[in-house]
Design a protein around this ligand. Structure first.
Ligand SMILES: NC(=O)c1ccc[n+]([C@@H]2O[C@H](COP(=O)([O-])OP(=O)(O)OC[C@H]3O[C@@H](n4cnc5c(N)ncnc54)[C@H](OP(=O)(O)O)[C@@H]3O)[C@@H](O)[C@H]2O)c1
Length: 292
C-alpha cells in the first residue's frame, strides 16, 4: 500500500512511518503539506496514495483555548481539506481523534457510539474534524485514542521523566483517568484496521486505564526512580479542562480481532525501544531513514 502520513514529524506520525515497513510510505511533515493551506487538498491528491493517515493536529490543548481560530483551522478545516484531497484521489482516509470529544461525566468507559460532548476548544475542534471527514470521505476510519506518548515525542510520560530530572518531587493528579497509549502500538493497530477495509469509527488505545498519578509512578519506576516522591494532587491549574473520567472502550476494532496490548506492556515496550529521554537521539536517526 502507498501510505501518505500528514504531520509526519509528530510522535504518532513518526511511529506510523517506523512501523509501516512493509508499505510504500510518503512521510509529509508540515513543511511539505500544511493542512491549513488552501492548496492542501491538491497536495494530498497529487501523492496518489492508497491511504492517507492524518496525524497532523494542533495538539497544545491550552493554546487552543487562547487561539480557537487556529485550533479549528488545523483540527477541523485542515482535516476537511486533507480528507477532500483523499476523496478526490480515491484514497481511504484515517482521521485520528481523541478522548477529549467526551465530557468525562459518564462514569464508565466510552464506547464508539456514545454521544460526544466536548468541554474544551481542542475537543470541540477535533469533533468538528470528525464530522467534516465523515461528510466528504465515506471511505474513512475515525480513530479515537488517548494519552499518547512515543519515541522522540513530547507526551506526558516524557514530561514526567524530564521533570523528575529537574526537581526533588512531583505532584500529579490522581482524579483524572484514561488510557495511556504507546504510539507504536497505536500505529500497529491503525495499520491492521486499514487492512480490513471496514470503514467507521473506532476507539484504539492500549487496554486498561489508570490515573495520571499511576502513569507517572509506573514510568518513573521503569526508569529506575522507584524512590522518587510523587504527591497525589486533585487539581492541576490549566486553561483547558480535560475530561476527568474518560477511558475509551474498544468494541468496534475488537470485533475485527484488533486489540492493543495492556498499557503496562506499552510502557515496557517504550522503554525497551529507547523511550527514555536520554535515548531520544537514536530514534531521531531511525526516523530520518524513512523516504519523504
Ligand atoms: N498527544 C496525545 O495525547 C493525543 C491524545 C489523543 C489524540 N491525539 C491525536 O493524535 C494525533 C497525533 O498526535 P501527536 O501526539 O502525534 O501530536 P504531535 O506530536 O503534536 O504531532 C502533531 C504534528 O502535526 C503537525 N501539524 C500541526 N499543524 C499542522 C498543519 N497545519 N499542517 C500539517 N502538520 C501540522 C505538527 O507539526 P509542528 O511540529 O510543525 O507543529 C506535528 O508534527 C492528533 O490528531 C491528535 O489530536 C493525541
Amino acid at each position: 500500500m502507498r501510505i501518505l502520513i500528514l504531520g509526519a514529524d509528530g510522535q504518532l506520525g513518526r511511529a506510523i512511518a517506523r512501523r509501516a515497513v512493509a508499505h510504500d510510505v510518503v512521510a509529509a511533515p508540515r513543511a511539505r503539506i500544511d493542512v491549513t493551506r488552501t492548496d492542501a487538498s491538491d497536495a494530498v491528491a497529487a501523492v496518489r496514495a492508497d491511504v492517507v493517515v492524518n496525524a497532523a493536529a494542533f495538539t497544545d490543548v491550552d493554546r487552543c483555548e487562547r487561539e480557537p481560530e487556529a485550533a479549528f483551522g488545523g483540527n477541523a478545516v485542515g482535516a476537511w481539506r486533507a480528507a477532500t484531497g483523499a476523496a478526490t484521489s480515491g484514497a481511504a482516509f484515517v482521521q485520528v481523534s481523541t478522548d477529549y470529544v467526551f465530557d468525562g461525566r459518564k462514569g464508565a468507559a466510552y464506547v464508539e457510539d456514545d454521544v460526544p460532548a466536548p468541554i474544551s476548544v481542542y475537543g470541540a475542534s477535533k469533533l468538528a474534524g470528525e464530522h467534516l471527514v465523515r461528510a466528504v470521505q465515506p471511505a474513512h476510519f475515525v480513530v479515537r485514542t488517548a494519552w499518547l506518548y512515543g519515541l522522540g515525542g513530547r507526551g506526558f510520560v516524557q514530561r514526567m521523566l524530564a521533570l523528575s530530572g529537574e526537581r526533588d518531587r512531583l505532584a500529579v493528579v490522581d482524579n483524572e483517568v484514561g488510557n495511556p497509549t504507546f504510539c507504536d502500538d497505536l500505529a500497529d493497530g491503525i495499520l491492521a484496521l486499514v487492512a480490513t477495509g471496514k470503514y467507521g469509527t473506532y476507539h484504539l488505545t492500549n487496554e486498561g486505564s489508570c490515573s495520571r498519578w499511576d502513569l507517572a509512578r509506573a514510568a518513573l519506576d521503569r526508569a529506575g526512580r522507584r524512590d522518587f516522591p510523587i504527591d497525589r494532587a486533585t487539581a492541576f491549574p490549566r486553561l483547558a479542562r480535560p475530561p476527568a473520567f474518560a477511558p475509551l472502550a474498544n468494541h468496534a476494532a475488537a470485533a475485527l480481532g484488533i486489540r492493543l496490548p495492556a498499557w503496562e506492556s506499552g510502557l515496557d515496550a517504550f522503554f525497551e525501544r529507547g523511550g527514555h529521554p536520554d535515548a531520544a537521539a537514536e530514534v531521531e536517526d531511525a526516523s530520518a531513514r524513512v523516504r519523504s
